[in-house]
Design a protein around this ligand. Structure first.
Ligand code: AHG
Ligand code: MN
Ligand code: MN
Length: 337
């Protein structure tokens, strides 16, 4: 069998398909290398001084969330890996209030990289899958990449997006707008190897993912939808549904990429003032791009996620994504509301 590494896959996307240029190829290779470093750090767990990578960093991020040591470390790994290659104009991260400027000593490139360096922070200390999410945009002509305005582009402007899952195996799932490919980290050789091409999300599903503890705070259309799923065979849907909630978006989305389903972090009255829980620029948009490229759909309930015009780097939005037909049912209930 022909073994296709990430490098080879990217070369082919560049040379044969003309989907990416050399700079974007380098960018993705560097991101993959950073993900490898994070995977290695995670693998060490509590080994090492002061509890290793586990535990609190003792600081808060701009969103007022307590940072874990691994949030801070993963952010540093991403910044350090991506600064010097010459492919980036700027970077923005969940863990930094403002965009990170590329130091003057390095050349500037045409791309902007946005990332959630460590997704699923609450799962680090209990040894459950966590991940990294990233999105790539072009820096608009004449825009200052040290200011957030350069980054405020709709999801439809993304040129690449991906996520890494640090689970029993480390996976990298990637789209450059030419379908979705999944790579598995071969730990002995140290490279990502293509293990699935053209991922497709099944259109029909019997599985949903939502944090049920928020039920009383949801809006009516989401309450109606989930109540109908829970009613099972005897209810209006006429079939039983199963539920899963890992509480790491990457792991929940990856399950949907693999066997279908619907993932929801809808608006609820507790978080209404902030617009939702998940962040548009480095969680919702890249996941929406990947899910759409795999034949699924992603909406806030009222609007396609990738059509939203962002107004802030750390903007939050409701997220409903996954199997196309189920997402359509939820969107339909919102339209009737
Ligand atoms: P992060 O760790 O990057 O802050 O993201 C956590 C997110 C997401 O991964 C997950 O779907 C959700 O928060 C879990 O929220 P609950 O704790 O409310 O279940
Ligand atoms: Mn996250
Ligand atoms: Mn995070």
């Amino acid at each position: 069998m022909r073994r296709i590494t990430l490098s080879r896959y990217l070369i082919e996307e560049q040379r044969e398909k003309g989907k990416i240029n050399a700079d974007l190829r380098l960018l993705i290779e560097v991101v993959a290398r950073a993900c490898k470093s994070i995977a290695i750090a995670i693998g060490k767990g509590g080994l090492g001084e002061g509890g290793g990578i586990l535990g609190e960093a003792g600081s808060d991020n701009v969103q007022g969330e307590a940072q874990k040591k691994l949030d801070v470390l993963s952010n540093e790994i991403f910044l350090e890996a991506n600064e010097w290659g010459g492919h980036l104009a700027g970077m923005a991260s969940e863990e930094m209030e403002l965009p990170h400027a590329i130091p003057n000593r390095y050349p500037q490139g045409e791309y902007l990289l946005l990332f959630d360096p460590l997704d699923g922070s609450s799962n680090i200390d209990i040894n459950v899958s966590v991940g990294t999410i990233f999105s790539v945009l072009r820096c608009p002509e004449g825009a200052d990449p040290t200011l957030q305005d350069a980054f405020l582009q709709p999801g439809t402007a993304q040129v690449a997006a991906g996520y890494a899952v640090y689970g029993p195996t480390t996976l990298l799932v990637l789209t450059v707008g030419d379908g979705v490919a999944c790579f598995t980290l071969d730990r002995e050789i140290g490279s990502f190897v293509l293990t699935e091409e053209k991922l497709r999300i099944p259109e029909e599903t019997k599985e949903f993912a939502i944090n049920m503890s928020n039920r009383r705070f949801w809006e009516a259309p989401v309450q109606r939808y989930v109540d109908e799923l829970l009613a099972g065979k005897e209810g209006p849907r006429g079939k039983d549904f199963n539920m899963r909630w890992v509480a790491s978006m990457v792991a929940d989305v990856h399950r949907i990429m693999t066997r279908g389903g619907i993932f929801m972090y809808p608006l609820d009255s507790k978080i209404a003032a902030q617009g939702g829980k998940l962040r548009l620029m480095y969680e919702a948009n890249p996941m929406a791009f990947i899910v759409e490229q795999a034949g699924g759909a992603a909406t806030t309930g009222r609007q396609r996620i990738m059509d939203l015009q962002p107004n802030a780097l750390h903007q939050r939005v409701p997220v409903i994504l996954g199997s196309r037909n189920e997402v359509a049912v939820v969107a339909g209930y919102h339209a009737q509301d």
